[in-house]
Design a protein around this ligand. Structure first.
Ligand code: S3P
Length: 182
């Protein structure tokens, strides 16, 4: 089975849903940021600080080309991954892509629950944060919406809600596999 690739804005819930989905399907889970951190022995904010965003995007592209080729995995990407180079086209060719579509309100609520340092959001709060997220989300939407499947994600603050998204993804994959057998 081709890789299952989750995309969407920062804090949409890609890692949370990805881990649950992989567990539910009995396959391996990869998070592209974690994969980069493992391979480079550095945290994402350190890579941003040392190489700038441009340097990070080059690394991200190279690591995407390694990880997305694995079969029988769930891969959750960074929020910017689909928006650089031909990454979105590549992901659509290599795997089955799902866009976890979250509103700015959901993203902010998830961010408040998250402990991950995100260089692009760091130092922003209140109105400035809301405006930044809303405008970047709008800029990035045309990339995200190229995904094979789009799922609306509301605040994922319980296992029940996470499981609903996992079931939706499994249903879509079952339908697709059914189609392929015909
Ligand atoms: C980024 C998202 C982050 C990480 C980096 C840049 C982005 O991943 O790749 O900080 O440009 O949206 P998450 O979406 O997992 O936070």
């Amino acid at each position: 089975m081709k890789s299952i690739i989750l995309i969407g804005y920062m804090c949409a819930g890609k890692t949370t849903v990805g881990k649950s989905l992989a567990k539910n399907m009995g396959i391996s889970f990869y998070d592209l940021d974690w994969y980069i951190e493992d391979r480079f022995h550095k945290r994402i904010p350190e890579i941003f600080a040392e190489k700038g965003e441009e340097g990070f995007r080059d690394i991200e592209r190279r690591m995407l080309h390694e990880a997305a080729e694995f079969e029988d995995i769930v891969l959750s990407c960074g929020g910017g991954t689909p928006c650089f180079f031909d990454n979105m086209k590549y992901m659509n060719q290599t795997g089955t892509t799902f866009y976890l579509k979250a509103s700015p309100e959901t993203i902010i609520a998830h961010q408040e629950l998250s402990h991950t340092v995100r260089p692009l959001l760091q130092g922003k709060s209140g109105k400035e944060l809301v405006e930044f997220i809303s405008s970047q989300l709008q800029e990035r939407s045309s990339f995200y919406e190229q995904a094979h499947h789009i799922l609306d994600v509301n605040i994922l603050d319980s296992y029940k809600k996470i499981n609903i998204i996992v079931s939706q993804i499994r249903q879509i994959l079952n339908l697709e596999n059914g189609k392929m057998e015909n």
